[in-house]
Design a protein around this ligand. Structure first.
Ligand SMILES: CC(C)(COP(=O)(O)OP(=O)(O)OC[C@H]1O[C@@H](n2cnc3c(N)ncnc32)[C@H](O)[C@@H]1OP(=O)(O)O)[C@@H](O)C(=O)NCCC(=O)NCCS
Length: 334
């Protein structure tokens, strides 16, 4: 019988470096309330959002992903030629094919990485990290073993300004990380999954329903209340499962970095899993709004580079959103 060669990889993987790009136009709650019937106080009290970032015309998903990706490579000390695979998580790349990862490879000067895009909404970055970790451990990350992952969104393109129930939530930006082999465990098992009965809770309008002239892209339609209730019950449970899957207790965590969807959801998860006060809770949403797949890596990059977080600390990350999908795990910071 013919015996095939199979791949073998590393025992462990880790994040090696991060980068980010924030949309450059600051849209305050005051400005938002010139567009929708609301008040700055209502928005801040219900969500924690004080302002959000919207991309300018030149800040395309490709431009933002390139900026974040280049920073991550530089900080990881990795040359573009060494990248074995690129995974882009996004719901804002409006061309079915080629993937944004293909354009990104060209922009970054990566000669021949494996490239693919994933659509896992606000859990996209954690899904991409889980895939990257799996590639490294399976030996599918190329000769040098480096995987670049990017979460990038231009949700302002997909925001229905006529909908005062969602218009104030969303922002634009990109976050990136380089993943490679590790001598020690640095990415715990993912607790990930979906709740298919809620598939219609957050949906994009169909392309065929885009009205001529008014908007260029299919807008987001969301039953915010259902998302909120699901996050408080199921996502909060999954956060606890992710801590247990890492084999640690809440007291051993340094940082809680959830998807930046709503500060009240963050607070509820903190209470549900009994995070002690020693755990720093990330609240990047105040300045960024909800940037879907980009929110976790953008916030992680900021915390690492403004001194709030340090290499070697443990962080619980958890993404959740349209699908409804979720993914949580504990990581060691680069
Ligand atoms: C969107 C969200 C902030 C709305 O908050 P809420 O408390 O659920 O608000 P509701 O839709 O129940 O509306 C409550 C009241 O506020 C009003 N309201 C809705 N939008 C408003 C706005 N922008 N400004 C002022 N009032 C508003 C409603 O009309 C309603 O008024 P009523 O009580 O007189 O009928 C909240 O549901 C949420 O954050 N959900 C999660 C969404 C999310 O994170 N999605 C992304 C997941 S990745």
């Amino acid at each position: 019988m013919t015996t095939l060669t199979t791949s073998t990889g590393a025992q462990y993987a880790r994040i090696l470096g991060t980068g980010s790009h924030r949309g450059s136009r600051v849209v305050t709650n005051e400005e938002m309330c010139t567009m929708i019937d609301s008040t700055p106080e209502w928005i801040e009290q219900r969500t924690g959002i004080k302002e959000r970032r919207w991309a300018t015309k030149d800040e395309t998903v490709l431009a933002m992903a390139t900026d974040a990706g280049r920073q991550a490579l530089e900080r990881a000390g990795v040359n573009p030629e060494q990248v074995g695979a690129i995974i882009v998580a996004s719901v804002s790349h409006h061309i079915p094919s080629p993937g944004l990862s293909d354009y990104l490879a060209r922009e970054l000067g990566c000669p021949s990485p494996a490239t693919f895009d994933i659509s896992a909404a606000c859990a996209g970055f954690v899904y991409a990290l889980t895939l990257a970790e799996s590639l490294v451990r399976a030996g599918h990350a190329g000769a040098n073993g480096f995987v670049l992952i990017v979460g990038v969104e231009r949700l302002s393109d997909m925001t229905n300004i006529a909908d005062r129930g969602t218009a104030f939530l969303f922002g634009d930006g990109a976050g990136a990380a380089v993943v490679r082999t590790s001598q020690t465990p640095a990415i715990s098992p993912a607790v990930w999954g979906s709740t298919p009965e809620n598939v219609k809770t957050i949906e994009n309008q169909r392309w065929t329903d885009v009205p001529d002239g008014d908007t260029d892209f299919p807008v987001i339609q969301m039953d915010g209340h259902t998302v909120y209730k699901w996050a408080l019950s199921e996502v909060a449970d999954h956060a606890g499962e992710a801590i247990r899957a890492a084999g640690i207790t809440p007291e051993q965590l340094d940082i809680f970095l959830p998807h930046q969807a709503n500060d009240r959801i963050t607070d509820a998860i903190v209470r549900h899993v009994h995070l002690p006060e020693s755990v720093m809770v990330c609240r990047d949403i105040a300045e960024m709004g909800n940037t879907s797949s980009a929110s976790i890596p953008i916030a992680m990059d900021a915390m690492l580079h403004d001194g709030r977080a340090h290499s070697g600390q443990t962080a619980l990350i958890i993404g959740f959103g349209a699908g409804l999908v979720y993914a949580g795990q504990v990581i060691v910071l680069p």
